[in-house]
Design a protein around this ligand. Structure first.
Ligand SMILES: NC(=O)c1ccc[n+]([C@@H]2O[C@H](COP(=O)([O-])OP(=O)(O)OC[C@H]3O[C@@H](n4cnc5c(N)ncnc54)[C@H](OP(=O)(O)O)[C@@H]3O)[C@@H](O)[C@H]2O)c1
Length: 178
């Protein structure tokens, strides 16, 4: 069965972005992202889309990048408007229905993550918890970690930890909505 999941790398202060980029450089985390998202549909806001297009252009590996802009969703494969195709009016439901057999990865930024956390179609969060407190201007929505290693509360739901992999300077956890 296909999965609809959030994927993010989040520092200890909640940071995800700074000046249009990622505030750290972790090849190991990028490799996890690349492995998990191969053949998937990557959904993101239009600031993140340009970055993803640049990062994936030489190795799309079956990925489709879907950008949200102006209340619509678009497939995007280059940085010019000629590389965009409008697919429909945006909602997570509409994107899920448009790509019925494919894993859908919600790739940020902030607003999309917050919306996805509240949407029950989104059943997993794959989060790399990065060490440190980098300078940042873009943040992941707040979540409550008082459940410790067992799980978190986010977007009004409880999410249990189903797996953890430790990397250099980060811990990658998969959470499932319960
Ligand atoms: N660490 C990570 O895992 C991670 C992941 C993603 C991004 N980032 C970082 O975060 C920063 C970019 O994120 P961001 O939050 O600033 O921007 P973003 O979400 O990528 O793009 C913002 C724009 O996308 C459109 N949009 C986004 N969500 C929407 C929604 N739910 N509904 C309708 N339209 C939506 C809107 O455009 P219109 O107003 O034109 O319609 C909005 O102005 C960068 O620094 C990037 O590197 C980090």
């Amino acid at each position: 069965m296909r999965t609809i999941a959030i994927i993010a790398a989040v520092a200890a202060n909640g940071a995800i972005g700074f000046k249009g980029g990622i505030p750290w450089d972790s090849p190991e985390d990028r490799a996890i992202f690349a492995r998990k998202t191969a053949n998937g549909v990557l959904v993101c806001g239009n600031a993140t889309a340009d970055e993803l297009v640049e990062a994936c252009k030489t190795r799309m590996n079956g990925r489709t990048i879907v950008c949200i802009a102006d209340g619509k969703f678009w497939e995007q494969w280059d940085l010019s408007m000629s590389g965009w195709i409008e697919e429909g009016t945006y909602s997570i439901e509409a994107i899920a229905a448009h790509y019925p057999d494919r894993n859908v990865w919600i790739c940020g930024g902030s607003r999309l993550y917050a919306e996805a956390m509240r949407n029950s179609l989104v059943t997993e969060m794959h989060i790399s918890h990065m060490d440190g407190f980098p300078d940042a201007d873009t943040f992941f929505p707040r979540f409550d970690t008082s459940g410790g290693l067992r799980g978190i509360v986010a977007g009004g739901s409880r999410w249990d930890v189903v797996s953890t992999v430790d990397g250099k300077g980060f811990s990658h956890r998969v959470y499932r909505r319960i």
